[in-house]
Write a new protein. Structure first.
Length: 183
């Protein structure tokens, strides 16, 4: 007769750590309650303590085994490993893109007054405080050229920064604007 936790019944065939803890606590409670050693409570408390500690150690060991098998340790090591996210250690050869400086005010004004006609180029609402957005971000080497810049209202700028408005849609809108200016 096979047990419920046997490999042929879909179990792992190993003892469940929580079960060991429960059995240890029940056994320790039985010892304390019934005093089988002639009423000597000092001995009983040490046995109860030892059984409980062993149960807790086994639960800890079981948790460690489960987390190793599930890949939690690998994920934690990757997250806290300094070698993949420490930019101060990276060599200049690995980091080929340089951050582009912000666009000059003259370029911003040219885009705002001439190309956008004081409107958001996405929602076409009149805007008094425009934001000039880089379609390809400056951190990725996006240039300060009219083809890479779009005038947006603050609301649309937030959407563009969060990715709600995709880069390809922004690029298409700028190309439309540039084509209209050429005609």
């Amino acid at each position: 007769m096979s047990s419920k936790n046997s490999p042929e019944n879909g179990g792992s065939g190993e003892i469940v750590p929580a079960g060991v803890l429960l059995v240890s606590l029940i056994f320790g409670g039985y010892i304390v309650w019934n005093r089988p050693f002639g009423g000597s409570t000092g001995c009983v408390w040490w046995i109860f303590l030892a059984a409980s500690v062993l149960g807790l150690l086994y639960v800890g060991w079981g948790f460690r085994v489960v987390t190793k098998q599930s890949g939690v340790f690998a994920a934690v090591n990757w997250l806290f490993n300094d070698s993949h996210n420490d930019k101060s250690r990276s060599s200049p050869l690995n980091n080929t893109t340089e951050k582009t400086p912000p666009p000059p005010e003259s370029l911003k004004n040219e885009l705002y007054f001439q190309r956008a006609d004081r409107r958001c180029e996405w929602c076409e609402e009149r805007v008094d405080s425009p934001d000039v957005h880089h379609i390809m971000p400056r951190s990725e080497g996006g240039p300060n050229m009219p083809k890479n810049l779009i005038v947006l209202c603050p609301n649309c700028h937030r959407k563009a920064d969060s990715g709600t408005i995709s880069r390809s849609k922004l690029k298409y809108r700028v190309n439309e604007q540039l084509a209209d200016l050429e005609v």
